[in-house]
Design a protein around this ligand. Sequence first.
Ligand SMILES: [Zn+2]
Ligand SMILES: [Zn+2]
Length: 289
Amino acid sequence: MRALLRNRIVRAAATYWWAPSLVLVGTGLGVGGLLGPTLAAGAVLFGAGATAGAAGAIGLQAKRARQAALRRHAEAGYLCVCPRCLAAPGLHFVCEACGAPVEEDVVHTEARWVNSCGGCGKALRAAAGARLEVAAHCPGCRYAAPRAELHERRVAVLAAATPEAFQVLLAQAGPEARPAPPASAQWETPAGRVVLLSLAELAPETLAAPHAGHHLTALWIAGSDALRLGQILDTFTVTAGRGPELLRGVPACVQSPELPPELRRLLEHRFREVETGVTPGCFLTAGTK
Ligand SMILES: [Zn+2]
Ligand SMILES: [Zn+2]
């Protein structure tokens, strides 16, 4: 944790770790013979070891705090999806004063050990009990927002398999669905944010990096062309660089009440479950609860 070098105690220890050893070194050299240099070397090593040990203990606490935060986010169903570029970059933070990146460990430990920005040096927490002055951040498009908006928010990622199915869902979603960026739309519900994707139209370069499409909540399928659907799914999983496991936890919701055997086989092989007779309205409602 590089940020630890901004901790006053660690910085002082890293700079002056040899100072307490001087006395022992002097004593050691005074003793002379083989015992003297041995005592001196031991004292220096002890000083350096104590400094590294303190830094290690703080680093371990930061790691535990980070794991606890990730667990809390997973339990709450939070998903960080950038509303501007739809990247899903995980947790990134910036200083509210200067926009410089703030290390994740510093935020998870509530700036207990390191309370300064690496960019402008300003205190991240002005006083004990005050708010931590960091914002959530998308490193891809540099969008910054309050943590409650970007990190601590439930996001349902719904997708349509074909461009035609996407247009049907978009019309069903109504005027509050904002069609942006390309091949997607977004809107708010009381349960959180909804991101709607057109699977076949997503640009390959967007899928190559962590993206909302890697976290699908459910997929809606209209039409019964198994060959075309198979090609769309193959292209999607290969472009996302994840293989078939990307869809194994996702339910497939099919508009038609009856499925041709070939299409049923294809869907059952690839998805967690297959539900038939799902109307656009039902799909959007069920997916956003
Ligand atoms: Zn700053
Ligand atoms: Zn972004």
